[in-house]
Design a protein. Structure first.
Length: 162
């Protein structure tokens, strides 16, 4: 798993988070786990979280509204708008959310799904408006660790659904 900034010299390196994981499942199966709200609700979020999906319209301009429920009872309402959907290769969405009463988390996320034979490499790139916004989300929400746990949960979901 890679939780690094992008390559040196990239214009967004100081304001992005990149996470990568290879899953032992074909790309179509991983894609479906990401775009089917019934599947997403089973694995989305860090360990101990549950997710209620209010709306998930996976198409350019479509909205994704969900609430992540923390293990301590805190709710994290989220609203995203899909900017690009290229089945089964890439999803781009503008994300807005945060903890009720806490700082907001706003970024553009790009999920890529790379076929590696019977496996799939998923890369998530979150680009924030500024380095300070990135740093706030890392500090306040544990975005890197939470993202890694979310990918772990996706892997467990894919394994269980075989």
């Amino acid at each position: 798993m890679d939780a690094r900034k992008s390559s040196p010299g990239a214009p967004t390196a100081d304001r992005e988070i990149v996470l990568t994981r290879v899953f032992g499942a074909p790309r179509q199966k991983v894609w479906e786990a990401m775009v089917d709200p019934q599947h997403v609700a089973q694995w989305w979020g860090p360990r101990g979280f549950t997710t209620t999906i209010e709306k998930m319209d996976v198409r350019p301009g479509g909205a994704w509204k969900h609430v992540m429920h923390g293990p301590d009872g805190t709710d994290y309402p989220n609203r995203s708008v899909f900017k690009e959907v290229v089945k089964p290769e890439r999803i781009v969405y503008a994300h807005g959310g945060g903890r009720q009463g806490g700082p907001g988390a706003h970024f553009t996320a790009t999920w890529t799904f790379e076929a590696l034979g019977a496996k799939t490499r998923v890369t998530i790139r979150m680009i924030f408006d500024s380095p300070s916004e990135r740093d706030t989300v890392v500090k306040e929400y544990g975005a890197i660790e939470g993202g890694q746990q979310t990918l772990e949960r996706l892997g467990e979901f894919l394994y269980q659904s075989e």
